[in-house]
Every structure is written in structure tokens, then in C-alpha cells.
Design a protein around this ligand. Structure first.
Ligand code: MG
Length: 346
């Protein structure tokens, strides 16, 4: 157990987190680098999901990867041991399908994406076309890209077609520190050739959070985005007015965090810390409570003690931590980031 000295050395402290966290109703979870890395599930990650279920929180696995369909992620997550239904997955490809249906109804769309991406768009009623009626070019993380596709896309963009893209990522991380050119890089080529810039749907654009908020009825400020990337996972929360937790189990290092202008609401070593440190004791089931470690006592700051004493002296209600209060802290020098992942990416 971490003692007071370690606690001070390890960085930033948040006390009485349980007064805030019970208001987090819906968790939007990044996957690679947050719940697992490649095929390696992080310790406690599956229990974290089960604790969310036991405490009545909703959760959605959220990914910018538009090369695969939602059902592909359901199968993958189940294969890794995570509880997952179709309603628990939301991809940038799904968000793009919804966006096109709402904003370009009936318009012919020329897709630059994988067959799975095309099927995803069609499942939302998007009409795909390669003819003279194309009014929109829609690009995803196309691992089946050909020069002929680029040629056709530039042809339509130069003739006034709208330019919509599923996700802005430049690269998709791969094992052994390799990367794949992602949707953002493909779009950069098309922009260079056509002069038209895309409208991006995926993180950090707030569209995905707004769509999920509308689908679930949970307002943005009750949504918590959890992820390991500052410029996508955390930035989308900032842009959408949602809560955010950066986990240090992925690509962000303490140095990257210190230099970044995008600051998360919370920083934690890994996802289990979210539920271990501050569950809502009133709603938590007995089972979930039993899985929690014992509370960690942290000596209150002198200013706080002074406030309690003066409050009594002035006849004000005395402030005191409840028995269910659990103290948490941020560990900026947590793990070294592992900069690799499987071909699933993000
Ligand atoms: Mg990630």
C-alpha cells in the first residue's frame, strides 16, 4: 500500500473524488493502450468493465478505427474476454454513416474505404455511387487503397463533391514500433491533389460524443472519456464538454503529458484505478464493494483541518470526509508507455 511519502512524491492529489465520480453515468472507452495492447489484456481491465456493470454505469467501446465494422469489434472483444454487446461498440465508421444519413440524405457517396467500411455506411442507408451523381467523397482507414480509388476521389472532389472523412489519425500503430498510414494521411494526399479539405467525424471531433449523448440520453457532462491518447481520447472530451481520464498504460508518457496543451481531468495509472478509488458506495452492489481494496487514509491538509475547526466555531456545518470517501491520486510517473499495438490500432 502506498504510504503518505510515496503519495506526495507521486504527484497530484484529488480528495473526496467520490463526491464527483458518481455523476459519471456513461464511460466511453478507448481500447488499444487502454484496455489491452495487441492481444494482451491489461490486468484488471475486464474486472473494471464488470464493476461498471455492477454499479449501474453504462459503457461504450469507442474507436477511431474505421477499417473494421462494429460487429468485428464485438467479436474481438468477446474473444479477449470482455463483456460486449453490439450496443456497447461505436466506431468512427458508424458515426460517419449516421452523419451522412443526416446531412447528405439521398446523395450519392463515393467511398474510399475497406469493404467493411462500405457495408457499414450502407447499413445506415447511405447510397454508394461511382457515377455522375456523386455529391460526396467519404474516406476511411482504407487498407485496400488503390491508385484507381484515389484517382476517382480526386476527380469528384475537383468537381465540387463534399469531402467527409471518418477519422483524422495520421497513422495506426503496429507492433515493433511500426505504423500503417491511416485515414488522415490518405486525406492529406487527396487534399494536396484537389485543394479540398475534409470534414473529420472521429475523435477529437465532438461529433461522436454528441451522437452517443443523443442515442443514450446521457448529457455530455455526465459522460467520461477514458483513453491513452491526449490528442484524440482526451481532446474529444475537452471539445464536447465531457469528463476525461487519461490512463498511462498506453502511448502517453509523463513528458508528453507535461508538454501537452490538452489536459485531462484525471490521470491514472490504468483503468482499474477508476473504480477502485472512487465507486459510488450508495449504488455499488455488495459484490463490487467486496472487490475493492481497503480505503487508503490520507492525512488531510492543514488548511482543511483549520476549516473544520473554524466551521464549528462559527456555527457552520463541519466538513468531514464520509466513511465512504476514498482518496485517490494521480501518478504521473506511472508506467512507461508501450508504443505498440496490433493491427487493430487505436
Ligand atoms: Mg488508444
Amino acid at each position: 500500500m502506498t504510504n503518505q511519502k510515496d503519495f506526495k512524491n507521486r504527484g497530484y492529489l484529488r480528495i473526496f473524488a467520490s463526491y464527483y465520480k458518481p455523476h459519471w453515468k456513461l464511460f466511453l472507452l478507448d481500447m488499444d493502450g487502454t484496455l489491452y495492447l495487441g492481444d494482451e489484456v491489461f490486468p484488471g481491465a475486464i474486472d473494471f468493465i464488470r464493476t461498471l456493470e455492477a454499479t449501474g454505469r453504462e459503457y461504450i467501446y469507442l474507436t477511431n478505427n474505421s477499417s473494421r465494422a462494429g460487429i468485428d469489434y464485438v467479436n474481438r472483444l468477446r474473444g479477449l474476454g470482455f463483456p460486449c454487446e453490439m450496443r456497447n461498440v461505436f466506431t468512427s465508421g458508424m458515426a460517419t454513416g449516421m452523419y451522412l444519413t443526416d446531412n447528405y440524405p439521398g446523395v450519392g457517396v463515393y467511398p474510399v474505404g475497406t469493404p467493411a467500411f462500405e457495408r457499414e455506411l450502407e447499413s445506415y442507408g447511405v447510397r454508394l455511387s461511382d457515377g455522375g451523381d456523386v455529391g460526396c467523397v467519404c474516406v476511411g482507414f482504407d487498407t485496400t487503397l488503390t491508385y484507381a480509388k484515389l484517382d476517382r476521389a480526386v476527380h469528384f472532389l475537383r468537381r465540387g463533391a463534399a469531402f467527409v472523412a471518418a477519422n483524422p489519425d495520421w497513422v495506426c500503430p503496429m507492433p515493433a514500433d511500426e505504423v500503417l498510414p491511416d485515414c488522415g494521411s490518405i486525406c492529406a494526399l487527396l487534399t494536396a491533389a484537389s485543394g479540398v479539405k475534409p470534414f473529420y467525424i472521429g475523435k477529437p471531433n465532438r461529433s461522436m460524443v454528441d451522437i452517443i449523448s443523443e442515442m443514450t440520453g446521457v448529457p455530455n457532462d455526465k459522460i467520461c472519456c477514458v483513453g491513452d491518447r491526449l490528442y484524440t481520447d482526451i481532446a474529444v472530451a475537452v471539445n464536447a464538454g465531457a469528463q476525461s481520464v487519461l490512463v498511462m498504460s498506453g502511448e502517453t508518457t509523463p513528458d508528453i503529458l507535461a508538454e501537452s496543451e490538452t489536459k485531462p481531468g484525471w490521470v491514472m495509472a490504468a483503468v482499474p484505478r477508476i473504480t477502485r478509488s472512487a465507486p459510488n458506495s450508495r449504488q455499488a452492489s455488495k459484490e463490487a464493494m467486496e472487490r475493492m481494496p481497503p480505503p487508503i487514509w490520507v492525512k488531510p491538509p492543514k488548511a482543511f483541518i483549520s476549516l473544520c475547526i473554524r466551521g464549528r466555531f462559527w456555527g457552520l456545518p463541519a466538513l468531514a470526509p464520509s466513511r465512504s470517501t476514498r482518496c485517490i491520486w494521480v501518478a504521473p510517473a506511472a508506467r512507461k508507455a508501450s508504443a505498440s499495438s496490433s493491427g487493430w490500432g487505436l
